[in-house]
Design a protein around this ligand. Structure first.
Ligand code: ZN
Ligand code: ZN
Length: 272
């Protein structure tokens, strides 16, 4: 009796189990970060955070629902890519270390920082590509329907944009023998920074953009300006590429200072 049917059934169920896990990871990391972020910022603490709201425009439930559903559909695309990367790595085509023991804390932290730096460059250039008119109309315009984004817009992409955005993972998996846990942690950090970048609320203290760290690291105000002004601020983690390529919004620091000053002025008022 041939073992082939059993082996193929086993492979099939293994793939099904892996697919459900990948989908679970992609959906849960978005939902547990973006949804509480939205509920806290636009519900529970909406009044307290009003002065920190960058654009101070109302957000309709229609917009929130669109951003949420669109982001969920991107999570399905991300999960499909994750499954492909894991299968290809187990088959030896890609280089993710799926079965190796967990890396040490230093390797983990170093690899996540390295991934964020690589992703910074990938994000900037793929984003510039998606702003090329013929590509923009089909692929990226959907993301720009949120003129005043909320945390729910973190992954509000057209499916093609989701493929381009997450294309970073298979590219890394082809080139670098990275541990699957590093990719997992990177995914969580990337999701959290996306939710903050799209929050529409500036949480950084006044003066942040003038200190050394703030000159390099980007704020919610920076990406919010990309959504409202479109032609500037293509970077996401650092201002390195925007400054190098002359695409940083010319009034970014001023606008950031205005929002931060508004929040500080309310804090300084004596309680009634
Ligand atoms: Zn854009
Ligand atoms: Zn955006």
């Amino acid at each position: 009796v041939s073992d082939a049917p059993i082996a193929s059934w086993l492979n099939g169920s293994l793939l099904a189990a892996m697919a459900s896990k990948a989908l679970y990871v992609a959906v849960v990391r978005y939902v547990v970060i973006a949804v509480p972020g939205f509920v806290l910022a636009y519900g529970v603490f909406a009044r307290t955070l009003w002065q920190r709201r960058i654009q101070q425009l109302p957000v309709s439930s229609r917009q929130a629902a669109r951003e949420f559903l669109c982001s969920l559909s991107s999570c399905v695309v991300f999960a499909a890519i994750d499954i492909g990367v894991i299968v290809a790595s187990v088959a030896g085509v890609m280089r993710v270390r799926v079965l190796d023991p967990s890396p040490g804390v230093l390797e983990l932290a170093g690899s996540v920082v390295g991934l964020l730096m690589l992703h910074d460059a990938y994000f900037y250039w793929s984003h510039r590509f998606m702003h090329w008119e013929p590509v923009y109309r089909v692929v990226h315009e959907m993301h720009h329907r949120s003129l005043n984004p909320t945390p729910l817009a973190a992954f509000a992409f057209h499916p093609l944009e989701a493929v381009i955005q997450y294309g970073f993972v298979p590219l890394v998996a082809l080139a670098v023998p990275i541990h699957v846990l590093s990719l997992f942690v990177f995914g969580i950090v990337m999701t959290a920074l996306n939710a903050y970048g799209h929050s529409g609320i500036e949480l950084m203290p006044a003066g942040f953009v003038r200190n050394r760290l703030g000159r390099v690291l980007l704020t919610a105000c920076h990406h919010d300006l990309h959504h409202s002004a479109v032609r500037y601020n293509y970077g996401f983690y650092s201002s390195l590429w925007d400054r190098l390529m002359g695409t940083n919004h010319p009034h970014y620091e001023e606008i950031f200072a205005r929002v931060a000053a508004r929040a500080a002025a309310v804090r300084a008022q004596p309680a009634a």
